[in-house]
Design a protein around this ligand. Structure first.
Ligand code: NAD
Ligand code: UDP
Length: 314
């Protein structure tokens, strides 16, 4: 039986991944420092004898055994990663070196969770993997964007120098159940605001675009990338359906018809990318992957989760 390490396993994406791996019959070691992750995300897995939870920070070396490693540890919400920017950089640099070192010692294949943020505020649209990006190296998002760019470089260099089996996935905005209601990302904000009857906060004029992938599609793509032998990556995984934030607000209100929320505009954060849409030609060709859940049905499932979460918090 394979032993699979998931760093950041108590976070939003990590908890879904742990669940899928256990369903498939693997042993799962979930490692997390609980900065943005929650024990509650993996509580339902705790009684599974093939599941193990370790509180650890990847900025410190770790000595365990694993056959495969999914490195997801890193805060993903701009609010969270800007809370302590130096720590965010350390996680993507020192932390990634530690996890790559572990992979090298164990001869484990490692999948690293990179991001569409490596494309910055893109001047090419939609974004293909061969686009080098347009990142402000000094701006408030740079701790995350540049950190992730260094992490990609580290992964590729470990692959080339040490023949480490690396898989690089560039994840575009992903949403779904277990995204922390308070984490500040747009879908969790809009849904919780709409459910509470609070004003929906559109940053800037709301004409900026994002492309939203439902979590189940993303995790399927991630596992397909890990388990194929042909391609190191990077490979974009995301849903090419592109929406302005104003359109997204309307979609959220459609999914919560009883909501009395209005829309309010607040200042746009510095360096907020104007448009974002994945070109998934490579994912289709190499992995036979494409998304299956559209925004309407994904939002319906996500709203159900937040209804329960907010009811429990009362
Ligand atoms: P998340 O914040 O819910 O999960 C990140 C997890 O990593 C949390 O459980 C957190 O506690 C843990 N963590 C953070 N720093 C750590 C450290 N130093 N040591 C150990 N654990 C640490 O975010 P998510 O949406 O689940 O994102 C998971 C990964 O996917 C991240 O690497 C993120 O950059 C990447 N990603 C996510 C998206 C998205 O839309 N969800 C988009 C692009 C990339
Ligand atoms: N956004 C918004 N209102 C919010 C939160 C975010 O209009 O309450 C916008 C934000 O300015 C950005 C988009 O939604 O243009 C996506 O933001 P998020 O933080 O989810 O992810 P990222 O900017 O990293 O893609």
């Amino acid at each position: 039986m394979r032993s699979i390490l998931v760093t950041g396993g108590a976070g939003f994406l990590g908890s879904h991944l742990c669940e899928r791996l256990l369903e498939r019959g693997d042993n799962v070691i979930c490692l997390d420092n609980f900065f943005t992750g929650r024990k509650q995300n993996v509580l339902h897995l705790m009684n599974n004898p093939r599941f193990e939870l370790i509180r650890h920070d990847i900025v410190h070396p770790i000595f365990i055994e694993a056959d495969q490693i999914y490195n997801l540890a890193c805060p993903a919400s701009p609010v969270a990663y800007q809370f302590n920017p130096i720590k965010t950089i350390k996680t993507s640099t020192v932390g990634v070196v530690n996890v790559l070192g572990l992979a090298k010692r164990c001869r484990a294949r490692i999948l690293h969770a990179s991001t569409s943020e490596v494309y910055g505020d893109p001047t090419v649209h939609p974004q293909r993997e061969d686009y080098w990006g347009n990142v402000n190296p000094l701006g408030p998002r740079s701790c995350y964007d540049e950190g992730k760019r260094v992490a990609e470089s580290l992964c590729m260099n470990y692959h080339q120098e040490h023949q480490l089996q690396v898989r690089l996935i560039r994840i575009f905005n992903t949403y779904g159940p277990r995204m922390d209601p308070n984490d500040g990302r747009v879908i969790s904000n809009f849904i919780t605001q709409a459910l509470r009857g609070e004003a929906i906060t559109i940053y800037g004029d709301g004409q900026q675009t994002r492309s939203f992938c439902y979590v189940d599609d993303l995790i399927r793509g991630m596992m397909l990338l890990m388990d194929q032998d042909a391609e190191t990556g990077p490979i974009n995984i995301g849903n090419p359906g592109e929406y302005t934030m104003l359109q997204l607000a309307q979609e959220v209100l459609k999914a919560i018809p009883e909501s009395k929320s209005t829309i309010t505009h607040v200042p746009l954060p510095q360096d907020d990318p104007k448009q974002r849409c994945p070109d998934i030609t490579k994912a289709r060709a190499v992995l036979g992957w494409s998304p299956t859940v559209d925004l309407t049905s994904g939002l319906t499932r996500t709203v159900e989760y937040y209804r329960t979460e907010l009811a429990m918090a009362r």
